[in-house]
Design a protein around this ligand. Sequence first.
Ligand code: MEV
Length: 361
Amino acid sequence: MLSEVLLVSAPGKVILHGEHAVVHGKVALAVALNLRTFLRLQPHSSGKVDLSLPNIGIKRSWDVARLQLLDTSFLAPEALSPTCVCLFACETEQGDVTAPTPEQVEKLKEVAGLPDDCAVTKRLAVLTFLYLYLSIFRKQRWTKEDLELINKWAFQGERVIHGNPSGVDNAVSTWGGALRYQQGKIASLKRPPALQILLTNTRVPRSTKALVAGVRNRLLKFPEIVAPLLTSIDAISLECERVLGEMGEAPALEQYHVLEELIDMNQHHLNALGVGHASLDQLCQVTRAHGLHSKLTGAGGGGCGITLLKPGLEQPEVEATKQALTSCGFDCWETSVGAPGVSVHSATSLESRVRQALDGL
Ligand code: MEV
């Protein structure tokens, strides 16, 4: 059991290029964002494990004794310590990292005890938490091997949520920085420029699982049409990697123009794959009116888009663009790419950050 409060964080991420194509073995370029999710793990002795996910309105509690009644074949008994939340990735007794079986998922649903009308996103978040909690016991280590293990467990969490993930999302949140990802092979981009972007959430909910399946169906239905699109997206990712590699510390405006062209071409391809959405078209039009270029990032069908901010752009222009996006009902953040991966923080450093954030409100 943890003896003290532990704070960990992992960065949000965006895919610059290669979403969907990466599921079919093509290259994806992904970057970690300076927007982080924090996790506070606090031991207590109530005999319960409490989970609080304030951003999505989850507050649940389970008796540890009840969890212990579950089939021990899928539990690491050491995991069952009464802890506020426990998502700290270490190995199981067998050292295995495994996906849940359909039977285990059914058991998790029973024990989760969620109401029938619980939204799918909330349900999946709780099931993923319970699966990881029951499969993992904690022991603090942060070596390369630990990160590999964290990455593997995060991948299993992804599998609970969307079935057939490529692995790029968990990889970039674990390792941070800027990554080239292809079929499980990860390479860090050397000295990528610290691009400034807008991350915009259209707030249109979508299912990554359904969108990934939709692209697969379109590929099966029109192989001669869709396969070249995936090949072209692969070439866009490679060209983007080449340009980022050449940009160095003093990028030229011309190089930003190339990045913008790549963004536009990829956005059209993603529309042709069927993962666009009216909200994303609107996002692209609004930013285009401010001379900026955007594309969807991730699964599409709503969700988030990224907008490249060029150097020399005046702050009032950035604010005007953000304001225009907010008036469409979108959430918008200005941030930079290339943040550190999963990290552990001291309680005091996090508390002072929270205080700073509150002071800024
Ligand atoms: C989702 O963020 C990215 C997709 O390519 C799915 C995946 O890679 O698992 C759409």
